[in-house]
Design a protein around this ligand. Structure first.
Ligand SMILES: Cc1cc2nc3c(=O)[nH]c(=O)nc-3n(C[C@H](O)[C@H](O)[C@H](O)COP(=O)(O)O)c2cc1C
Ligand SMILES: Nc1ncnc2c1ncn2[C@@H]1O[C@H](COP(=O)(O)OP(=O)(O)O)[C@@H](O)[C@H]1O
Length: 361
């Protein structure tokens, strides 16, 4: 997938889905769907998969992207930094930091991601100028898709209907996608009673964050359309794990990654190089394990770590990138009297996790 900031060389003309898309959850996927090419390639996915994979080290290798004169590029246009971060000055933790967002969009078949630098200039554009300068002039947009609650332009003064009216002046059709709701918790509920995490049953980034904060992986998985995952490189720890018979791969996560409830989880793990060019069903390299997110009070830990112990695995994992899917929250972290007591508890965690993971998958 081609990733560029506005002002850099872009693939045009485009069919554009507009939004923040943090999480690339089920609602976001509905908004992106109308701009994808209906032509499905042999392997059952959109033709975005034929395009080169984004490499954070080489984000601008345009020469590797095939060009075609009659092609309309399916393009997600988003803001970077997150507008809330720009206005509050506070860094915002994200469900999908950039690399993960790229990976999710690529797997949906999106061909290009355009990052609009959310700065004073962009935030001051009127809705009319946003359409004219960004969508028409820069992106040569031919089709647009947005969610029903989309707002844009200075002080968020334009809404989805305004976008439709302004874009019509350029003959650009706008699909307004209704808000996706989650009523699955209430299969017999004809009144659309919302569940605990979804305001009015709405699938939203904040409802997913709330479910992750309390360790409700079932709801998070349902709203995302996939399990919540942590992607990171394996770095060295204190080398204590192996002494108690539970070596743990310590993950270094992007600084802006949103962390779920601290504690112990049953997880499924993929070594990234194995998964990067395969569809979910082809994830043959899946491994099962347990993960702890926390401060390790038993060993007087002073900073928080994310550590994964894989079942039936004994090789070196240092420097590898792991994708860890959080399947079930097992328990909060505890301070044990000694390492022996911690070891006994981890043994129990493993038994419970294995039982659950083998039952579920
Ligand atoms: C499944 C699992 C559960 C854990 N639970 C706790 C816990 O409840 N309390 C705690 O202090 N540390 C806990 N830990 C963290 C251990 O203290 C840590 O793995 C050990 O100190 C080894 O650290 P190292 O990888 O830096 O060598 C847990 C680790 C795992 C893998
Ligand atoms: N089953 C396993 N699960 C996780 N890591 C393993 C496993 N077997 C071997 N390893 C390797 O051992 C390392 C963890 O050992 P550990 O003693 O906990 O050291 P560290 O404190 O550096 O994490 C991992 O980073 C990985 O390279």
């Amino acid at each position: 997938m081609w990733v560029a900031a506005s002002g850099e060389q872009l693939l045009t003309p485009t069919a554009v889905a507009l939004g923040k898309f943090d999480g690339v959850h089920l609602g976001h996927q509905r908004v992106i769907q109308p701009i994808l090419h209906s032509a499905v390639s042999e392997n059952g996915r959109g033709n975005g998969d034929k395009l080169p994979k984004y490499s954070p080290d080489h984000p601008s290798q345009l020469s590797t992207v095939p060009s075609s004169p009659n092609h309309t590029y399916s393009t997600v246009v988003t803001f970077d930094p997150h507008p809330q971060e720009f206005f509050t000055g506070q860094p915002r933790a994200l469900l999908t930091p950039l690399d993960e967002k790229v990976e999710q969009l690529r797997s949906l078949g999106v061909e290009q991601l355009v990052l609009l630098p959310f700065d004073r200039e962009l935030s001051a554009l009127s809705p009319e100028d946003f359409v004219k300068k960004i969508l028409v002039q820069q992106l040569q947009c031919q089709k647009i898709s947005v969610g029903e609650d989309f707002c844009f332009g200075k002080k968020r003064m334009g809404n989805a209907k305004d976008l439709q009216i302004i874009a019509a002046q350029y003959n650009i059709p706008v699909t307004i996608v209704p808000i996706e709701t989650d009523t699955e918790n209430f299969p017999n509920n004809t009144d659309n009673i919302p569940n605990d995490f979804t305001e009015d049953g709405r699938i939203s980034t904040s409802s997913i964050r709330q479910s992750l904060e309390v360790g409700d992986m079932t709801t998070a998985t349902r709203l995302l359309g996939r399990p919540y995952s942590l992607t990171g490189q394996v770095v060295a720890g204190q080398k204590l794990g192996r002494t108690i018979g539970f070596p743990t791969a310590n993950l270094q996560l992007p600084k802006d990654k949103f962390l779920p409830r601290l504690g112990v989880y049953a997880v499924r793990v993929f070594i990234h190089s194995e998964t990067s060019d395969t569809t979910p069903v082809e994830k043959l390299g899946v491994k099962l394990g347990v993960m702890n997110i926390g401060n390790r009070p038993t060993v007087n830990g002073t900073y928080s770590t994310v550590e994964v112990h894989l079942f039936d695995w004994s090789s070196d994992l240092y420097d590898q990138t792991l994708v860890v899917e959080l399947v079930k929250f097992l328990r909060p972290e505890q301070k044990f009297a000694d390492l022996e007591a911690l070891k006994t508890q981890i043994q129990l965690d493993c038994t419970i996790a294995k039982e659950f993971l083998n039952r579920t998958y």
